[in-house]
Write a new protein. Structure first.
Length: 469
């Protein structure tokens, strides 16, 4: 892996995406459904691409949204659809396209508003909360985000009533139907104007922010953080959680400072990643260079990616803690400090996560549930309570409420971040120091992560995998 000479440095003007050109391409450049790279393709977390490469354009979103509407009918999903977007430039036009189709199909839509952002875990939380105790009229959702990927990318993900990323059988159906619609020139897509969509009787405003923040005390011990009087630094990396952190601090009386309040679709405030690309990856020491430089000013610091489903923990003791290290600390702490969790609930890890997790889980007397890469493998276990903590080496995690019931079935960057503050306050040590203690007991794993682009042909290769426990 060749490291760019620009890695860890502020983005130069030449690196910034041309936002007007990007938006123009979204509407003007038509994808060719006969070209594989320009078709709808759901990966581990939705359809992603760029309008510049004709892999994320208006036609894709119109086709995917109509396909979701058709899927809802055959699956008999007739409750509200919770929808939100992140701060990537293509998220706004994609939300517009989706609303026009959803309204034309008579779907009850729950929106934060055209001028507000909604993190991925907040959508999952809203679905889970709404569906709790219901057998009919179930809700589902759409999350518009390419996660931590560069500013020229867009992303579009469907979450069914279980609140998590849709499984392959669902995404396969939606993908196939969307491509059929593309091939037929979108003739079967129903659509109204944005003005009609926003004023439709089926379009509703939903207070995502306060609904989520008010519930945080049921998953994180906020009293421990507040009483510990620790100083916390947060960098939202210009993402969808930008307006959440200060209300969290105010509601729970935390000494929490938001270090960067900028929202800019070019993400010009970022230090660039290992390959010279702007990427809002909180697990990358290059993208996190500025926050790492401030580590001694705070008892604990953290950041989240653009849709706030990934976390990055910066400690005084070691700086940026690698995701595998922090997941190990979380597991060690949580299963000792959550007395109301199910005694039989297991730990979920991806096959590429650290063997340290296996050792800690064994010492705790818990079952280990190992899955392929992709958070969708955890959804059922989180929902039925058989999994209490799940994580993946790319800094995604979620875990149960204090009472052991489900919190979210999608990755949540807020709660692992706040947990770092809880751990620091409760233990009198930061997670970096605690991980060093764990290595003295279990040994020191050797870890490296190599990132490489995959060709369109490589992405079509299928493999089979069975989750093991």
């Amino acid at each position: 892996m060749n490291i760019s000479p620009f890695a860890g440095k502020l983005a130069t003007p030449e690196m910034l995406v041309n936002i007007p050109a990007l938006i123009t391409a979204y509407y003007s450049d038509l994808p060719d459904p006969q070209v594989a790279a320009q078709r709808v393709a759901f990966g581990t977390s939705g359809h992603r691409g760029s309008s510049f490469s004709r892999s994320f354009n208006e036609r894709h979103i119109l086709a995917i949204t109509q396909s979701i509407c058709l899927y809802r009918k055959i699956a008999k999903i007739d409750g509200p659809l919770f929808i939100g977007m992140d701060t990537h430039a293509l998220s706004v036009p994609a939300l517009t396209s989706a609303l026009e189709v959803l309204a034309a199909n008579g779907v009850d839509i729950m929106i934060a508003g055209m001028d507000e952002y909604t993190p991925t875990p907040v959508i999952s939380h809203a679905i889970i909360t709404y569906n709790n105790g219901r057998k009919t009229g179930l809700a589902d959702g759409i999350v518009i985000t390419p996660s931590h990927n560069p500013p020229h990318d867009g992303g579009f993900k469907y979450n069914p009533p279980n609140g998590g990323p849709a499984g392959t059988s669902v995404t396969g159906w939606i993908e196939t139907k969307a491509n059929e619609l593309l091939e037929h020139g979108l003739s079967d897509v129903r659509r109204v104007s944005l003005e009609k969509a926003l004023h439709a009787s089926t379009t509703h405003k939903y207070d995502y922010l306060n609904s989520y923040i008010a519930d945080l005390a049921n998953v994180i011990n906020m009293d421990v953080i507040r009483n510990g009087k620790i100083r916390i630094g947060v960098d939202p990396l210009g993402g969808a959680g930008i307006h959440y952190w200060e209300p969290i601090a105010v509601r729970y009386k935390l000494d929490l400072i938001v270090l960067n309040k900028d929202v800019d679709p070019t993400f010009r405030f970022m230090t660039v990643d290992w390959d010279g690309q702007i990427r809002m990856d909180p697990s990358s020491p290059y993208a996190m260079e500025r926050l790492i430089g401030l580590k001694d000013k705070y008892d604990i610091s953290f950041a989240c990616d653009t849709d706030h489903d990934r976390h990055g923990i910066v400690t005084k003791s070691v700086g940026l803690l690698p995701p595998n290290h922090y997941l190990s600390v979380c597991i060690s702490y949580l299963f000792k400090h959550r007395p109301n969790w199910n005694k039989d609930a297991a730990v979920g890890k991806t096959v590429v996560s650290s063997g340290m997790i296996d050792r800690i889980t064994s010492k705790l007397g818990r079952k280990l549930y190992e899955v392929p890469v992709g958070f969708k493998w955890y959804v059922d276990g989180l929902l039925d309570g058989s999994l209490a903590f799940v994580g993946e080496e790319s800094a995604g995690a979620s875990f149960a409420r204090l009472n052991g019931s489900v919190w979210t079935t999608d990755k949540d960057g807020f709660i692992p971040s706040l947990l770092a503050a809880e751990i620091t306050a409760a233990m009198g040590k930061d997670p970096g120091e605690i991980y060093n203690d764990l290595t003295k007991e279990f040994g020191t794993p050797v870890y490296d992560r190599i990132e490489a682009p995959a060709t369109a042909q490589q992405k079509t290769v299928k493999c089979t995998f069975s989750a093991t426990s």
